[in-house]
Ligand binder design. Structure first.
Ligand SMILES: CC(C)(COP(=O)(O)OP(=O)(O)OC[C@H]1O[C@@H](n2cnc3c(N)ncnc32)[C@H](O)[C@@H]1OP(=O)(O)O)[C@@H](O)C(=O)NCCC(=O)NCCS
Length: 173
């Protein structure tokens, strides 16, 4: 199968939102918990100082998905800063539609994200993977990702919106 991997353009954002929703369904996250839409994605990705970088995989029209889509995968990343290592790439989403997997599309997306990061002087690429999806974890480990949880006891932590708001309010007292 032929496909191209290229930088995401504003015209792709409707498809990115569709794929973001597909991921939410896979991880049993209610769609009501997604606080994004095409306008938000546009503002954050294509404004004066873009907050993320995104590459899409596109199939030719004659090889579109069963439902008629040609944007079949994407990788969306952002840059972070480490006091030890300087600028790093963080991949927030990495996804290929199930019917197109196993054709090296994922690998190509990952390589493009890595190339952009390398060109910008990053020394590391980080992402999280869920133990609910061991098959993804296995792919990333085969690609030489180190598991910081099992090897170094690191945990990914999250403060939710209400805690964030409460802490922010406490900054004034
Ligand atoms: C991880 C993912 C992006 C890989 O995409 P892909 O296009 O299938 O990737 P590739 O074709 O480049 O293959 C990647 C590896 O998986 C293996 N693989 C792919 N499909 C496979 C299958 N059906 N059975 C066994 N192995 C498979 C390939 O052999 C390859 O391994 P290798 O590089 O060690 O040889 C894709 O599986 C996916 O989207 N998974 C869901 C990810 C997810 O949950 N994302 C949301 C949170 S960010």
């Amino acid at each position: 199968m032929s496909f191209v991997v290229r930088p995401c353009a504003p015209k792709d954002l409707k498809d990115i939102l569709r794929l973001i929703k597909e991921i939410a369904v896979i991880y049993n996250v209610p769609l009501t918990q997604l606080y994004t839409n095409v306008d938000v994605l546009h503002k954050h990705g294509f404004g004066e100082r873009p907050k993320y970088e995104c590459f899409v995989a596109e199939a030719p029209p004659e090889q579109k998905s069963k439902e008629g889509h040609t944007i079949i995968g994407y990788v969306l990343s952002t840059y972070t800063y480490s006091t030890w290592k300087g600028r790093n790439l963080y991949i927030d989403n990495f996804y290929v539609m199930p019917e197109f997997r196993g054709r090296r599309i994922g690998k190509k997306l990952m390589c493009l994200a890595a190339e952009a990061a390398w060109r910008r002087g990053c020394t590391e690429l980080r992402m999280h993977s869920s133990s609910e999806k061991p098959e993804n974890h296995a792919i990333l480990q085969r690609w030489k990702a180190e598991d910081l949880s099992s090897k170094h006891g690191w945990h990914l932590l999250r403060f939710y919106n209400d805690t964030l708001k409460r802490r922010a309010a406490q900054s004034k007292v």
